[in-house]
Design a protein around this ligand. Structure first.
Ligand code: 3PG
Length: 311
């Protein structure tokens, strides 16, 4: 008799693919919503140091509540864990605040076009600081990434140097964050979700004094009154939405980092940027010249070539 034995391995792989697909779709959707509310808030209330602090505070608060109510299990951590987390948190804080400062000065799409150049930073840091070498096609794929970003930058109608530098600093900081967090998560019993929760809390502690020093309560109070007068009570909901969605998209991205390789993660991250670029151009009616769009398309194509070359 011919009994058909279910192929467990194939089933497992199919289930895994569906799971990762769901993670990716959720991550991108949450990120699009975050980017839209973040920009709406920054347009009315241009204080990126405070809004970045609020995002981290909201995430930390949500996780503390989840642990206290046992919706999520609190991780068991020791001093060593927090010590290893420190450099990750410094890099996360710098990358986060720099991206938010960038988005307060330029269109969301422009920040994300420059941020699609992150693989180039990753290769350069690995090559020059860690002494890692890559096959030739990897280096060649940097040409369209860097060239495309440069073309998009010089043809950007609303170019602003702080906006550009913020996105570049964010790229550099996040490369370090990814290198350190890969080391920090390896062999640890802390899940991706709890790892990101601890990261938010430590980043919040690091960022808060700087936010007071750079902006401070006087600016915030005046700006807040102004934003409320301009937008009305809904403004409070916009701030809540940008803070909650910031935490959720990062939490989901760390949960998927638990399941996939850093390379698959970076491909997912680039695809995420395409959805953010397209949706923000539509929602904010961002003016784009054909040559500008060509630069963005070349940069993104370069990122795909990079991922192929790395495979
Ligand atoms: C931030 O505020 O941290 C940035 O928007 C993050 O950008 P990314 O997660 O898309 O790299």
């Amino acid at each position: 008799i011919n009994i058909e034995v279910p192929d467990d391995q194939a089933r497992f792989e199919a289930a895994q693919r569906i799971k990762i697909g769901i993670y990716f779709a959720t991550w991108w959707a949450l990120n699009v919503v975050f980017n839209i509310y973040n920009k709406k808030v920054l347009n009315a209330f241009p204080y990126p140091w405070l809004t970045s602090t609020l995002s981290l505070a909201c995430g930390s608060f949500m996780m503390l509540i989840s642990w206290a109510t046992r919706i999520a299990h609190a991780p068991k951590t020791d001093l060593d864990f927090w010590k290893t987390l420190f450099p990750v948190a410094v890099a996360h804080t710098i990358g986060h605040v720099a991206a938010t400062v960038s988005m307060s000065k330029v269109a969301v799409s422009f920040t994300h076009i420059i941020k699609s150049g992150e693989p180039a930073f990753s290769v350069l840091v690995s090559r020059f600081l860690l002494g890692e070498t890559f096959p030739m096609p990897v280096y060649l794929s940097l040409v369209p990434i860097i060239g495309g970003c440069a073309l998009a930058a010089v043809t950007e109608l609303n170019f602003n140097i702080t906006g550009f530098m913020g996105a570049m600093i964010s790229n550099l900081a996040f490369v370090f964050r990814n290198i350190f967090s890969k080391k920090g998560m390896k062999g640890k019993s802390v899940s991706g979700m709890n790892y990101y929760a601890c990261l938010s809390m430590m980043s919040l502690l690091i960022l808060t004094p700087f936010a007071f020093a750079v902006e401070g309560p006087q600016m915030w109070a005046a700006g807040w009154q102004n934003a409320l007068a301009q937008i009305g009570p809904n403004f409070v909901w916009w701030v809540a939405a940008q803070s909650i969605f910031y935490h959720l998209y990062n939490q989901v991205s760390y949960m998927s980092l638990d399941q996939i390789s850093p390379l698959t993660f970076s491909i997912g991250n680039t695809m995420k940027r395409i959805s953010v670029i397209v949706s923000s151009i539509i929602i904010f009616h961002t003016p784009v010249q054909p040559i500008n769009a060509l630069g963005a398309a070349i940069a993104i194509l370069g990122t795909f070539l990079y991922s192929q070359a790395k495979m």
